[in-house]
Design a protein around this ligand. Sequence first.
Ligand SMILES: Nc1ncnc2c1ncn2[C@@H]1O[C@H](COP(=O)(O)OP(=O)(O)OP(=O)(O)O)[C@@H](O)[C@H]1O
Ligand SMILES: [Mg+2]
Length: 254
Amino acid sequence: MSTALAEAVTPFPAGSAEPLVRLDGIHTFYGKSHILHGVSLTVAPGEVVGLLGRNGVGKSTTLKTIMGLVRPSQGTVRINGQVTTGLPPHKMARLGIAYVPEDRRIFRALTVMENLRTGFDRAGVTDEKRQTLLDKVFKFFPVLAERRNQAGGTLSGGEQQMLAIARAMMLEPKVILLDEPTEGLMPRMVSQIHTIIDMLHAEGVAILLVEQNVPLTLAASERLYIIEKGAVRYECASRDVDANHPVIRQYLGV
Ligand SMILES: Nc1ncnc2c1ncn2[C@@H]1O[C@H](COP(=O)(O)OP(=O)(O)OP(=O)(O)O)[C@@H](O)[C@H]1O
Ligand SMILES: [Mg+2]
């Protein structure tokens, strides 16, 4: 381990509250391809954490491993201190973990409203609760209220991203795993996604934000991890680095 790495990866401080999400020494394979090489990270309740890295370094695989979509060969996933390694995605959702994948997975043929309804199809949600949740997301995303009867597939890329986030909010998650929400979006939409992250943060929702957009991640997150070749190479408070910081240039520069 290099000195820089040893300094960068600090253990969770003793005596502090249990993190909401905690990964310890995660190794994940696809077949024989060894993708994650001992990823450890934490997200505290209500914290916005960035996970930055170039193409193909294992960012999405990290989120999929947390969500139970892929099973690690080694290492532990904990939610609020409870070991959840290998639990299936629907059980993770019940623990308050929402996942917005890179490809968004909205139902293109369903209307905005129908897409949102798939988010609260779960036991114990009263009609009153449904209405409260819908009112809340429509307040967050006025454009979705305007387009509530429009098919998901007719929305712009940015609106589809908003719909995917809105649907995740229907779960009333404790944390949202957000995979490259700004990929392919125009600058105006990127700034709207930033605003949405800030609003979720203000509501106390934790976010693990996977991104390649460095300025957005530095501005929107409190802490960040840089991942390369399936391992965390650097961890810091987001305010301590800027886009020209040597470590950003090393792992993310063009
Ligand atoms: N289902 C799969 N089967 C085999 N290999 C895969 C699979 N999914 C991803 N990989 C490989 O695993 C590596 C890590 O992929 P991952 O999607 O986690 O990267 P990423 O950091 O999210 O990249 P990107 O920025 O392109 O989204 C890549 O080399 C990718 O080709
Ligand atoms: Mg990815």
